[in-house]
Each structure stands twice: as structure tokens, then as C-alpha cells.
Ligand binder design. Structure first.
Ligand SMILES: C[S@@+](CC[C@H](N)C(=O)[O-])C[C@H]1O[C@@H](n2cnc3c(N)ncnc32)[C@H](O)[C@@H]1O
Length: 197
């Protein structure tokens, strides 16, 4: 993909986000993932990790009866969305989620670390966040629930994918159209959670 084309695409999704009232272009990534894999159940409960500024929560709240959104950064309110400001790698954040829900139908994570420019480091940080997103999925998902997680591809990715495959019926790696082609981000889409004891 040429730089010109990548910029046109960025610009296209930026304008579309404005037109549809989404706070972030990333809203289209979740919409595209949902259209393809049917992740968000009507009237279900969704936990959205790394939620700020709120594009994914806006999309999720159109389907779900309740969305719990978590981020290190603050987030402007959205109807039907309970916001928790916290770090998803900390147990205290899990306890705060428990104050609002016992179980969820989907756990979705678009959380990503601050980019340092050192790819090895950034990829390791991304995997660390993903491992905690998976931990939260295992803690809250009902049998049959779904999990979506953004991950930077690299050395530790295959091992993470294996961990996800251990507890879901169907697991795919997916790059939505709205992701930039050059980007190394990929979304793990996992359906049909099965509790393993
Ligand atoms: C790409 S943005 C998410 C965009 C969001 N999905 C949307 O549609 O508006 C990534 C977010 O992950 C959050 N994040 C990174 N590490 C986190 C952590 N350990 N706990 C909670 N949030 C985290 C960042 O603060 C940032 O807001």
C-alpha cells in the first residue's frame, strides 16, 4: 500500500467517524469485526478494555444492555456505559469491575501501550496487556462468550494465540479494513468461551 493510499484511508475513516458521531476512527474496526464475526450479542453485557476516548464503547452500547468501559485515561460519559478509570493489569481494577457485573457476554480490548519506538519493547508491552485482557475474559465471560483483543504481532504472539485457543471454540487473527495496512496490529477474535478447570 502506498503512503498516499494509506493517508487517504485514514482521512476517509476520520471523516466517516465525524459523520456518524463516533469519537474515534477505531469504532469502524469493531464494527467491521462484528459484521464479520457477530461478536456483540443483542442486550448482552460487554466489558471494553482500553476504552478511551470511547469509539468502541459507542458501538458496543448500540447492541448491549450494559457496557463496562475501563481505561487509564478519563472518558466522557456515554449512555448505558459505566466507566472505570484504572489499569487493567491491576487486581484492584478487576475488583472494581466486579462491583458492576458478575458475568459478561463479550470482553473486547483495544488497549495498547504508549509507543516507545522500540518495537521489541512495544510488542512485549502489548502482549503483557493482552495477557491481562485474557485473564479478565476468563474471569468474567459466560460459557459461549466472545473475546476480541488487539495485539502487536511479534515474537511472543504465537504463544499468546495458543493460550487463547486453549479456552475458545473458534479463534482467528483478523486485520480489519479500517486498520492501516502497514500497521503490525492485529485482532485476535475468539468465540465460544469454554471454562477449563
Ligand atoms: C487505541 S486506544 C483505544 C481506543 C478505543 N478503543 C476507542 O475506540 O476509542 C488505546 C487505549 O488503551 C489504554 N490503555 C493502555 N494500557 C492500559 C492499561 N494497562 N489499562 C487500561 N487502559 C490502558 C490507553 O490509555 C488508550 O486509551
Amino acid at each position: 500500500m502506498t503512503r498516499w493510499y494509506a493517508e487517504r484511508k485514514r482521512d476517509y475513516y476520520y471523516k466517516e467517524a465525524k459523520k456518524h458521531g463516533y469519537r474515534a476512527r477505531s469504532a469502524f474496526k469493531l464494527l467491521q469485526i462484528h459484521r464479520r464475526y457477530n461478536i456483540l450479542k443483542k442486550n448482552g453485557i460487554v466489558i471494553d478494555l482500553g476504552a478511551s476516548p470511547g469509539g468502541w464503547s459507542q458501538v458496543a452500547s448500540k447492541f448491549a444492555s450494559k457496557v463496562i468501559a475501563v481505561d487509564l485515561q478519563p472518558m466522557q460519559p456515554i449512555e448505558n456505559v459505566i466507566f472505570i478509570q484504572g489499569d487493567i493489569t491491576e487486581d484492584s481494577t478487576i475488583e472494581k469491575i466486579k462491583e458492576h457485573v458478575e458475568e459478561a457476554d463479550a470482553v473486547i480490548s483495544d488497549a495498547s501501550p504508549n509507543i516507545s519506538g522500540n518495537y521489541t519493547l512495544d510488542q512485549a508491552r502489548s502482549i503483557w496487556i493482552c495477557q491481562h485482557a485474557l485473564k479478565i475474559a476468563k474471569e468474567f465471560l459466560r460459557e459461549g462468550g466472545n473475546f476480541v483483543c488487539k495485539v502487536f504481532e511479534g515474537e511472543d504472539y504465537p504463544e499468546f494465540l495458543k493460550d487463547v485457543k486453549r479456552c475458545f471454540r473458534m479463534v482467528k487473527s483478523h486485520a480489519p479494513q479500517a486498520s492501516r495496512k502497514k500497521s503490525s496490529e492485529i485482532y485476535v477474535v475468539a468465540k465460544g468461551y469454554t471454562k477449563i478447570f
